[in-house]
Design a protein. Structure first.
Length: 471
């Protein structure tokens, strides 16, 4: 199992910048709150927007895996390229899984050395980005050997809709009437614009489960299809999530890593002014899990009003960093800048590949490196940074991975999703809505000329009438 080490968040190491252990110890108010909130989450799990909690368990698990396996097996060996179209929760989880569980060189490997097609996730409407991926696919197998996985619950998200419209046109021109065989859509199983498009065109579909928001959807077909196509062990991914969910259901604060992590981060944020939360993996494979975390933490907890309607402006600013890379860029700020951060480090005990530093260079000042495994150096750098942060009284914690594999990545995903649920309850906000995102969507509709949204263009133009430029 993953382990959480939070000693560097307490005041015996952090002084006034840490928490008193008595505040979170047995018999404390925090322990009582954790027990109460664990009971509340047990009562609401699987209902409303908390259906994500049941994704690793039957019946949802078997239903989704059966559908995903069937979709994958019918396409096994037929495609050289898989292009995922999505944004936000429809993309970040896919990107994180591919980065964590396939080698960085995956797309460069010859077909016989890859368990599936090359994978590209198009998560923006940057025309150069989309155009370059399409050109690559045309030059490497062609669109005849390219499968597109469009992910949109409604089909009306402007970014994914525009991507899909471009791809559909390209496919129709390249392939003709059979182009539907090159699309798998993950969408609402019963309603919405994308559902209508899929039914009319005959696209194969997988469900975005009801009550599972985008940022909590990676363990549903939203993330499982592209993972399975690329050979990732999705069974182990869900096994790990189920294992972590079990320990995150314990009522005791000191035995529940999600309750403890949420309590630490909310307490340090609310009581100690540590409102910037950094996630710093010491492994390149885990770096893009920090991107996934940023959406989860920011969109879930950043809320103007609480459940009573009072203005509270809740939330914490998530930041990603990479060890050791950002020891040489961000740690200067973390140690000597504002003491407003909690730094979470991800440490890996066993790496799949090991590289040993050779001997024989003959340079005395570098002899200490000779014969050492690179992983030993990496984890020494992590421990040294941990020490430096403690010296500067900068709160930090460590989550340790025994290894980077599907099971432990599944544990990490479930840990942070449940942590987010606890944090939302501690802040007394609606964890699962995102009202601020809707304003930008409606303004975009207005600026692009969508019927019924003209007032939004007027609002934008009135608010942004002129631009002051320096030439």
């Amino acid at each position: 199992m993953l382990t959480l080490d939070y000693a560097n968040c307490l005041n015996d190491r952090m002084g006034q910048h840490g928490l008193d252990p008595a505040r979170i110890g047995p018999g404390s108010n925090a322990a009582a709150a954790a027990e109460r909130l664990t009971k509340k989450l047990a009562e609401t799990r699987g209902t409303g927007w908390e259906r994500w909690r049941e994704l690793p368990f039957d019946p949802m698990r078997t239903e989704h895996l059966d559908a995903v396996r069937a979709a994958v097996e019918s396409r096994r060996g037929r495609f050289d390229n898989l292009v995922v179209l999505g944004i936000g929760g429809s993309a970040l989880g896919n990107i994180a899984l591919q980065s964590a569980l396939n080698p960085a060189t995956y797309n460069l490997l010859p077909a016989e050395n890859r368990p599936g097609p090359r994978v590209f996730v198009i998560d923006n409407v940057d025309p150069s980005y989309l155009g370059s991926v399409l050109e690559f696919c045309k030059s490497n197998g062609g669109l005849e050997k390219t499968l597109f996985n469009v992910i949109s619950k409604s089909g009306e998200t402007a970014e994914t809709a525009s991507q899909f419209m471009i791809v559909r046109d390209e496919l129709r021109r390249a392939i003709g009437d059979d182009y539907a065989q090159h699309v798998v859509a993950v969408t609402d199983p019963a309603k919405g614009t994308m559902r209508q498009i899929c039914d009319a065109a005959g696209f194969d579909t997988l469900p975005v489960p009801e009550g599972v928001g985008g940022r909590f959807s990676v363990l549903s077909p939203v993330g499982l299809f592209s993972a399975a196509m690329a050979g990732i062990d999705v069974e182990a991914l869900l096994d790990g999530a189920a294992e972590m969910d079990e320990v995150c259901s314990r009522p005791e604060l000191d035995r529940n890593p999600a309750a403890m992590l949420a309590t630490l981060l909310v307490e340090l944020g609310a009581r100690k002014g540590k409102t910037v939360h950094v996630l710093m993996p010491y492994a390149n494979q885990l770096y893009l899990l920090a991107d996934w975390f940023r959406q989860l933490w920011a969109e879930s907890l950043g809320k103007r009003v609480d459940l009573t309607g009072e203005n509270v402006y809740a939330g914490f600013t998530p930041v990603k960093a990479l060890g050791t890379t950002d020891q040489h860029s961000q740690v200067q700020l973390y140690r000597e800048g504002p003491n407003d951060k909690v730094i979470g480090m991800l440490e890996v005990e066993r790496f799949e590949h090991e590289v040993t530093i050779p001997t024989g260079l003959g340079v005395e000042s570098l002899a200490y490196l000779e014969g050492k495994p690179m992983s030993v150096l990496l984890n020494a750098e992590k421990r040294a940074t941990e020490y430096a942060l403690v010296e500067s009284q900068r709160p930090n914690f460590t989550i340790r991975f025994p290894a980077i594999d599907a099971r432990h990545v599944g544990q990490f995903i479930q840990l942070f999703e449940v942590t987010t649920a606890y944090a939302g309850l501690l802040l007394n906000i609606d964890t699962f809505n995102q009202p601020a995102v809707e304003t930008g969507k409606k303004a975009t509709f207005g600026l692009m000329g969508r019927d019924g949204f003209g007032e939004w263009k007027e609002k934008v133009d009135a608010t942004l009438p002129d631009t002051l430029r320096v030439i």
